[in-house]
Design a binder for this molecule. Structure first.
Ligand code: NAP
Length: 323
């Protein structure tokens, strides 16, 4: 395996990136903490989850991406709190407000100002921290004007409870409206080799305004990690099989992409997941990408996509296939 895969040598490469116009610096790969919340990922346990967070930090990842709604009762926040004990200063905690789970297990979006303020207070307690480094609006609440939600984030900034604000799952127009009330450091949209819609308008807008794009689903729920191949049989409870990309023509198209990525990975002695993540963090406007994981080996593999770069011929080969 190439040199850059050893622990922490990435960190010494000094490739930290600036979050928006803030003085916060983040590694180009962040740990996505949705899987450790145990709501959709199978076979999740506290010991492995804590080890996953700690391995991420050991590997030079400094951003942990959680949310008020990652777990019915903040399970992801509680695991992060345990995992980062004694090393708070090493991490940038990103969280979100505006989505919660009702007692009967349904997802509910409420981004009213009072709810945003309440979720922030609870998240601070659950995480055991004095401030959240980056706090996003999880999604626009159709019942609440986005400017009203933004007002709550501006208030939290003023109170020093959050160091920067972000917005997730927004259009350019919604983002523009939010920025009129509250400074935005980052947006969080879905983006990967198979879903590139943001390249058209959101990314150019963010580049112009110096807003970081921190994308989710770089691995398309594990598909682009390269281990779910033709003939894969999902466990009956695995909800991923309901996603279109895991079915029919879409799945076959993804498999052809994986065939191409296999060749690139073999050529440079990397894994497909590392090629995919490296491609992602070198796309224009992408400040960082969020890789979900529930096991230490998973985040060790994706964190090792930092500290090196696919060369032009490898990038061109991928671009040609995607075109
Ligand atoms: N703002 C939003 O609305 C929003 C929405 C979605 C996600 N997010 C954020 O973005 C993060 C990333 O999204 P995600 O976790 O849903 O999906 P993802 O990063 O695209 O995929 C994560 C899944 O891929 C598999 N995986 C990870 N590393 C692997 C490896 N090295 N080899 C093989 N499989 C591997 C694991 O699944 P298995 O082990 O279960 O196979 C893992 O749960 C989330 O955790 C969350 O922080 C935000």
């Amino acid at each position: 395996m190439a040199e850059a895969n050893s622990r922490n040598d990435w960190a010494s490469a000094g490739d930290l990136r600036t979050l928006g116009k803030t003085e916060i610096h983040i590694a180009p790969v962040g740990l996505g903490c949705w899987p450790i919340a145990g709501m959709t990922s199978l076979d999740v346990n506290d010991q492995d989850s804590i080890r996953t967070v700690q391995t991420a930090i050991d590997m030079g990842i400094n951003m942990l991406d959680t949310a008020y709604g990652y777990g019915a009762k903040g399970e992801s926040d509680a695991l992060i709190r345990t995992a980062i004990a004694g090393q708070r200063e090493k991490v940038v905690i990103a969280s979100k407000a505006g989505m919660h789970w009702t007692p009967d297990g349904n997802r509910s979006f409420d981004a009213s100002p009072s709810r945003v303020l309440q979720e922030c207070e609870e998240s601070l307690k659950r995480l055991g921290v004095d401030e959240i480094d980056l706090f996003y609006l999880h999604a626009v609440d159709p019942k609440v004007p986005i400017e009203d939600s933004a007002g709550a984030f501006a208030e939290l900034l003023q109170q020093g409870k959050i160091r920067s604000a972000g917005v997730s799952n927004v259009t350019v127009e919604q983002l523009d409206s939010f920025t009129k009330v509250c400074t935005v450091a980052a947006v969080q949209p879905p983006y990967n080799m198979l879903q590139r819609g943001i390249e058209r308008d959101l990314v150019p807008f963010c580049i112009e305004r110096q807003i970081s794009v921190i994308n989710y689903w770089p691995l398309m729920k594990g598909l682009l990690a390269g281990k779910i191949r033709r003939g894969h049989v999902f466990a009956a409870e695995d909800k991923r099989q309901s996603y279109e990309v895991f079915q029919g023509d879409d799945f076959e198209r993804a498999q052809k992409l994986l065939d191409c990525l296999d060749e690139v990975a073999k050529e440079i002695d990397r894994t497909v997941a590392q090629v995919v993540v490296n491609w992602t963090i070198h796309q224009p406007g992408i400040t960082a990408t969020l890789c979900g994981a529930k096991r230490d080996w998973q985040i060790a593999e994706t964190a090792s996509a930092m500290g090196w770069r696919l060369d032009d011929s490898q990038m061109n080969k991928i671009a040609k296939f995607l075109a």
